[in-house]
Design a protein around this ligand. Structure first.
Ligand code: NAG
Ligand code: NAG
Length: 373
């Protein structure tokens, strides 16, 4: 609140300053009676006037209550943030993290950006999305290979195309040694989504059969929390376009989705999908979507999935996990609110140590959106 107040005050001061400046310029433009054809008002002044109007609108729309307690050391606002708050949208929750935002906006314009994609992600994960734009050059890998794979399941991924500085591992083989299931070994991913080991699995050929039998075509979809994009990779081989939302969380997920020739969307789970209403054939939620998401946030997530799905489209909850009792009392009814047809609804106890300790179960569900509400 104090930050908003401070920002508004600064905006006000900036507005007054530019106002006086513009009035001076404008009046000096007008007060040149000797010139036969009066000079037209320069574009940058028109632009300034627009900015002033926008600022006035901004200030009159928002009436922040006075700050409860004024904290001692408030970071001053970097000038670029001040400028960009007028030029591109910034999520309002950015204002809840002034220190991080200040750090992010502390850079030298027109030179190399700090290596701070992890900072950007921290802000994003806290709901500060969209982040303000900056005017600096993002560092890219110094010696990338130009022979990028066409196949989304290449035999290996090129180390040279990732900036490893910000990661503890410095190569894909290191990541694979840590955990082969992280998705950084494409040959290991080939079998994913293709085999039926338990009722919880829905092999992609079966998914296509289900859709075909229902006379529903699959061409476009979103994979929410899709890691390194293996679902999109497999679907690409079926000529289906899947965009993958994925966060890095200390490993190069976004880079790898892109290296596989797929579309990475760097958006957190609480973000409205950057897709128009009713245009998707399929939304898949991998097990990043699970009981750790607050119930209200999950409800918004599901309703946003509903928003982007066309009538007859499919929502696939793939290995959603929760406590057994909560599935019956909380999550089952929550999913039921969508009013979708249950094409598949399979549950099984989660047998890993965490699952056994917490009495967790998996749910894999394929749900079809009704054609009309
Ligand atoms: C995908 O498209 C290509 C090119 O049109 C075609 O040769 C291939 O058979 C298609 N694959 C599938 C699984 O439909
Ligand atoms: C966990 O073990 C039970 C009992 O053996 C089995 O029925 C269930 O399918 C297992 N769950 C998974 C996810 O494999």
């Amino acid at each position: 609140m104090g930050f908003t107040m401070g920002l508004n005050l600064l905006l006000l001061m900036a507005m007054v300053a530019t106002n006086i400046l513009s009035l001076y310029h404008l009046s000096s433009t007008i007060q040149t009676p000797k010139s036969p054809a009066p000079q037209p008002v320069p574009d940058h002044l028109i632009h300034q006037l627009h900015t002033i109007r926008a600022t006035i609108n901004h200030l009159t729309r928002h009436h922040p209550s006075p700050p409860a307690t004024t904290k001692a050391a408030k970071p001053t606002i970097p000038s670029d943030l001040l400028l960009y708050s007028q030029l591109s949208p910034i999520a309002s929750s950015c204002h809840n993290h002034p220190e991080l935002l200040h750090k992010y906006m502390t850079y030298t314009p027109f030179s190399l950006c700090p290596l701070d994609s992890d900072l950007a992600e921290s802000l994003t994960l806290r709901g500060c999305h969209p982040l303000p734009r900056r005017r600096c050059f993002t560092k890219t890998p110094p010696k990338p290979t130009s022979s990028l794979p066409q196949d989304p399941f290449p035999s290996s991924l090129p180390d040279a195309n990732v900036l490893w500085t910000k990661y503890s591992c410095k190569s894909f083989s290191c990541l694979n040694r840590q955990n082969l299931n992280l998705g950084f070994d494409p040959p290991h991913e080939v079998v994913n989504f293709m085999t039926y080991k338990s009722e919880l699995d829905l092999p992609i050929p079966q998914l296509f059969q289900i859709a075909k039998a229902a006379n529903s075509v699959l061409r476009l979809g979103v994979d929410i929390g899709g890691g390194t994009g293996s679902f999109a990779a497999r679907m690409k081989l079926y000529n289906v376009t899947i965009i993958t939302t994925t966060m890095n969380l200390g490993i190069p997920n976004n880079e790898v989705v892109a290296l596989r020739g797929l579309v990475p969307i760097h958006a957190p789970l609480q973000q409205r999908l950057p897709v128009f209403d009713g245009v998707m054939d399929l939304v898949r939620c991998g097990h990043a979507v699970n009981r750790w998401i607050p119930v209200t946030a999950l409800e918004f997530l599901l309703f946003d999935a509903d928003r982007v799905l066309r009538g007859g489209g499919y929502l696939w909850l793939d290995h959603f996990f929760s406590k057994g009792a909560d599935l019956d009392k909380v999550f089952g009814p929550l999913i039921g609110k969508l009013g979708y047809r249950k094409v598949k609804w399979a549950t099984a106890s989660k047998n890993d140590s965490g699952g056994l300790k917490n009495g967790e179960v998996y749910l894999s569900a394929l749900l079809q959106k009704p054609v009309s509400k």
